[in-house]
Write a protein that binds this ligand. Structure first.
Ligand SMILES: [Zn+2]
Length: 109
């Protein structure tokens, strides 16, 4: 059970709207949710972002918010320096590169 923050009615803990006053109850945020909330991008916008060079920070955020995968980004990259910076910002260790570099063209140049 929980209290409605608006009218203090006692509600079942799964309630999303208070039946007494109509207050929208927020879901409790999970701890592992990303701190940075990207504005919601359409699949086309996501695609365009991946295709553009640079924008490493945005790409990292997209991966961390699970909108794209690391390999989606790396397969679109042709610049080794950028790819390494991306991996660094993802927080991957040197060992990651050692094991995975061979799968991506961007690391072969
Ligand atoms: Zn209420």
């Amino acid at each position: 059970m929980k209290d409605c923050p608006s009218c203090e009615a006692l509600l079942p803990s799964v309630a999303q709207v208070c039946p007494a006053c109509g207050h929208q109850l927020e879901k409790k945020e999970k701890k592992d949710e990303p701190i940075v909330h990207l504005q919601l991008l359409t699949p086309t916008q996501v695609r365009e972002l991946i295709d553009k060079p640079g924008l490493i920070k945005q790409k990292v955020q997209l991966v961390k918010s699970k909108q794209i995968r690391v390999r989606d980004v790396l397969h679109q990259m042709s610049n080794r320096e950028e790819a390494i910076e991306f991996i660094r910002q993802m927080g991957y260790k040197r060992g990651w590169l050692f094991h995975n570099a061979k799968h991506y063209k961007c690391f072969q140049s």
